[in-house]
Write a protein that binds this ligand. Sequence first.
Ligand code: ATP
Length: 358
Amino acid sequence: MVELRSVTKRFGSFTAVQDINLSVRAAEFMTFLGPSGCGKTTVLRMISGFETPTEGVVLLDGKDVTLEPPYRRDVNQVFQSYALFPHLTVADNIAFGLRMKKVSRIEIAERVKRVVDLVSLGGFEQRKPGELSGGQRQRVALARAIVCEPKVLLLDEPLSALDAKLRHQMQIELKRLQQRLGITFIFVTHDQEEALTMSDRIAVINKGKIEQLGSVNEIYHQPRTTFVANFIGEANILPATVLERGDERVHIKLDGKLDLVIRDANLAADTESVLVSIRPEKIHIEKQHPSGDFNVFEAEIAEEIFKGATDELTLRHESGLELTACAANESAHEECFAKGDKVWCSLHPNDVVVVQEE
Ligand code: ATP
């Protein structure tokens, strides 16, 4: 549905977006995730036509639109600021695009009613934007974009003005809406949790380049670089030396301190040192010696931080190696783990992931 081929954007001598190649499928929920200033909005603006690439080609539904103005593209954009007309009612704001397209009055009324129901704004049709909450305004902006039934909807941090609870609620509503409508969504955010909640695939962008493109599962469980591992979720990132290679497993020494077995990560034959990423929740902690064969070690809980649903634990191995782990707080009445406890840890070889330095 959307294809970017070798797209680069320079502002003067500054390269904001560098050689991006990307295909977004029809009805897919694709998210551009990255830190502030990495180029997410610029990529979106080249898809909507508000910016022209310095090099490369933008295709929509197979057609080269690189030089087409925004109004000639079957794409709608929901802006961070919502950009609603303050003097128009909710219904008139939503109907605006259809009026511009000279759709008949009867059809406008029908289509507006349908999207008002879709975004649960029934009863608010005659209010002005100033009489709505942030979340309701956001839904008006969405309804206004959806009512024109674009093939592609671009959303630039549309939830950033909402409080945490409403934001989470809207993430789920938006995802459901996208599935119901079957529209291609391209969503921009710097919030990794938001990206994981909503997307089919995520393009992690760093310094104008796609650092990794993959399903939410791939991005989370198999980060390819230290940047991706750090930006999405928590990670212990440590150097390791390769000790021995087996058929399917590789023996490594983590930070010169702890022997581990990891899965064969297609390492080049002469690789001697690597960086690995270990997610805190992948370290299983028990009070008794576990039955597993691989990567079992004893550690002391050096620190415990209460985080509500989980405890963040700092594990200290006798070698001095420290790892961050987390444990579910299953019961308020039973203290599961406490500072100073000796515990047994185990780590599946698949959960020690080799990553490239950023
Ligand atoms: P944020 O999350 O803060 O919105 P972003 O990832 O969307 O950031 P962009 O808005 O795409 O980032 O900007 C990428 C880089 O390009 C930034 O360094 C920005 O300052 C620069 N930039 C964007 N638009 C222009 C412009 N019109 N002229 C010059 N530089 C620009």
